[in-house]
Design a protein around this ligand. Structure first.
Ligand code: SF4
Ligand code: ZN
Length: 419
């Protein structure tokens, strides 16, 4: 492996060679997020005179203030300004944080948005790494890679619980607004989809193809984001794909997409379906916000989000599911997807759509409540949300089936899910 040390002002080695490196539990000096503390990251546009280029502030305790093995809340807020900077570019810069932070030796980053998870290893801390260096990395690399679209960049790193929670709500409102920009666009009327191969350093055969009605499984990239990313960086990870001839309308399979996926996965994956969890679903990488799985006994599908740490009716917890299917393969019966995708009209449409959804964690149901109610009305079952079981009814198929029968869940009268 070639170690490229880029000019980044950090006391540890820095480069793509360290991207896939893990920081094990026993080696952790500081951990943020990962279900233990609130953690989010946000890139937002700011006025020119409100940004002092290169300024990095840590607001709250830093590494020197905590003992090895500690946890802290974390909010990483990057403000960028410039004549060419647009709101549309915010998500693109934000999604870079994942690999840019991972490039630092002894630092691990997983996830994005409000499910980001940082681990800073003891070895990095021994060399002098502090939270301020996260800001230094982002400032240096954003200029290096995206200098053409902005002029100034400053970073604020919050670690006080109250402030992190307050800003988390602001960030979540922005994520929601970004997600909803795609509403109204349909796959049928869109001839060009976009690839995303950002995650290939972790999952070499993984290729996301993003259509208006199927956002990226990390939740951070929708079709509009990919389009903007391609405009900024025409040779980058988001390439336009002419979807070409429709080979299967129900399951969402296109000739042009398959050809692209085969090339981009170096022959490992020759075809996948956009709208199915049962038959040749899309490949999954470790970033997925949720994993859907078939529940044969209930004739339906469950989904679980990363933040839910309990058992699920498919017999696996989220971490096991993501660890098993997140390597970039097609795994029939399982698929990674974004939270937003659950209420997109094409969600597992080939398998019968959202009517198949029989179980999800209560916290996820609450998070997407409004949109779930709207979708229920759209499919003519206004109380559909109340028919979906949660851990309150049970965490095995045996436990939830009586509930599904009692409420008359539509999945029970659909054609067999495994044909
Ligand atoms: Fe891109 Fe997919 Fe990775 Fe998200 S999960 S960054 S859309 S490859
Ligand atoms: Zn990924």
């Amino acid at each position: 492996l070639k170690v490229t040390i880029t000019e980044v002002p950090v006391p540890v080695s820095y480069g793509p060679a360290f991207e896939g490196e893990r920081v094990r539990k026993d080696d952790v000096y500081l951990e943020c997020g990962g279900g233990k503390t609130p953690c989010f990251e946000l890139v937002r546009i700011a006025e020119m005179d409100a940004v002092e280029d290169g300024k990095v502030e840590v607001i709250g305790p830093d590494i020197k203030d905590v003992q090895p093995g500690s946890g802290l809340p974390l909010g990483v807020v990057v403000e960028v300004a410039g004549r060419k900077m647009q709101e549309d570019y915010e998500p693109i810069l934000e999604r870079q944080i994942h690999h840019l932070v991972n490039y630092a030796q002894g630092v691990m980053h997983i996830g994005q948005r409000d499910i980001a998870w940082y681990r800073i290893g003891k070895s990095a801390v021994e060399k002098g790494f502090t939270l301020e260096h996260i800001g230094k990395i982002l400032h240096a690399k954003f200029h290096q890679d995206f200098g053409a679209i902005f002029d100034k960049c400053q970073v604020k790193i919050y670690t006080e619980e109250d402030k992190v929670k307050e800003l988390l709500r602001v960030a979540q409102e922005m994520y929601r607004a970004r997600d909803e920009r795609i509403e109204g666009m349909t796959d049928e009327t869109t001839e060009i989809y976009y690839s995303c191969t950002l995650c290939q350093s972790f999952a070499p055969t993984h290729v996301c193809v993003i259509s208006p009605e199927r956002t990226g499984l990390c939740g951070a990239y929708n079709w509009l984001d990919c389009k903007a990313s391609y405009e900024i960086n025409p040779t980058g990870p988001n390439q336009p794909i002419a979807k070409g001839e429709t080979l299967d309308e129900r399951y969402g399979n296109w000739k042009g997409v398959n050809e692209f996926v085969e090339k981009a996965s170096r022959g490992a994956v020759s075809s996948y379906n956009f709208y199915s969890v049962v038959y040749d679903p899309m490949t999954t990488c470790g970033c997925c916000e949720c994993v859907a799985a078939v529940l044969p006994m209930c004739n339906g599908v469950m989904t679980v989000n990363r933040e839910y740490t309990g058992m699920t009716p498919c017999g696996m917890k989220f971490t096991t599911l993501a660890g098993t299917i997140g390597g970039g393969n097609v795994t029939p019966g399982f698929v990674g997807h974004s939270k937003y995708n659950i209420t997109q009209r094409k969600f597992i449409a080939g398998d019968g759509g959202i009517k198949r959804l029989v179980w999800m964690p209560k916290m996820l149901k609450e998070e997407i409540r409004e949109r779930l109610i709207k979708r229920g009305e759209e499919i003519g079952i206004p109380n559909f949300i109340d028919m979906i079981a949660t851990e309150e009814q049970g965490v095995t198929e045996d436990e939830i089936l009586p509930f599904l029968q009692e409420v008359g869940h539509p999945a029970l009268s659909m054609e067999p899910i495994l044909g």
